[in-house]
Design a binder for this molecule. Structure first.
Ligand code: NAG
Length: 272
């Protein structure tokens, strides 16, 4: 990538849910990545400079694919993962960013669960129960508390209108768990991957936006990577909201924060 910047971009058009059922999206992205890695020469690509990237749920796929590819010692190693406002867990929708930005467009707190239900072809009648974590058995809650909890979010992010609040009416509902247990798997929630996986991941770029319910998913993954010795380049966009980069280049809708995201991200990639 150095010198003349002449990247080859492979965009995986995975099939969308619910017609294409979960977790096919992961299988399709993984298959495409493996095919590409096996045939880098055909694409005239330097096998030591391959980056996996995505934004929003695409960043969730990118995160998981990087984890899955670690077991493939027969393939070139991924050089870096570039994750733009990733969603990384389906356990706690009470994290500070979820509370602070619950009514911030374009991704409301309820909307996240609503999209999850549509994606997984589940009834939307469970939304309120999932918001209150009633889909999470106590054993799972305890197991992942060390990685997903408001206590792990730095204090500076709790200043803006955050009131410490746990899922107050916590009351496990087995039927809601049955319906939604997919979102507690390591595919949907790559934040739950064990340390031995996380510690092997390549250098990482994480971009978070202040006005984004998913901000803390990014912050918690950053923390896990750093705790496991993985170098992280972190860009926090103070005036950004979820999805803003998609408006880049759309005239008056092209917010300055969209320009910053494009600039910072391309600078990172060019500098690799
Ligand atoms: C989605 O769920 C409905 C009702 O449970 C079922 O009839 C349908 O076959 C499901 N669709 C897919 C693609 O699995």
């Amino acid at each position: 990538l150095r010198g003349s910047f002449n990247p080859v971009l492979l965009n995986v058009l995975y099939g969308l849910g619910p017609e294409n059922p979960y977790p096919n999206q992961y299988t399709e992205c993984e298959k495409a990545a493996i095919h590409f890695l096996k045939h880098v020469d055909d694409y005239h690509v330097d096998s030591s400079r391959i980056i996996v990237s995505g934004d929003s749920c695409g960043a969730n796929f990118a995160t998981r694919i990087c984890q899955l590819l670690l077991s493939r010692s027969d393939l070139p190693r991924i050089h870096s993962q570039v994750l733009i406002y990733p969603g990384l867990q389906g356990m706690d929708f009470y994290l500070p960013s979820y509370q602070q930005n619950s009514k911030v467009p374009i991704l409301w707190r309820e909307t996240v669960i609503y999209f999850c239900c549509l994606y997984l072809n589940k009834t939307t009648s469970v939304i309120n129960d999932v918001l209150e974590s009633r889909h999470v058995p106590e054993s799972i809650r305890q197991k992942y508390r060390k990685w997903v909890h408001a206590d792990l979010v730095p204090e500076e992010f709790k200043a803006r209108g955050y009131r410490p609040q746990e899922p107050g009416l916590y009351q496990f509902k087995p039927n809601v768990y049955e319906e939604m247990k997919d979102i507690l798997e390591e595919n949907f929630s790559p934040l739950f991957a064990p340390d031995e996986t996380i510690s092997k991941l390549p250098q990482t770029y994480i971009l978070t936006c202040e006005f984004d319910v998913l901000r803390d998913d990014g912050l918690l993954y950053k923390r896990r990577l750093e705790d496991n010795g993985v170098p992280v380049t972190w860009v926090h966009v103070e005036n950004g909201f979820h999805g803003v980069a998609i408006l880049f280049g759309y005239g008056i809708l092209s917010f300055p924060s969209a320009g910053r995201i494009v600039r910072e991200t391309t600078d990172y990639i060019k500098g690799l």
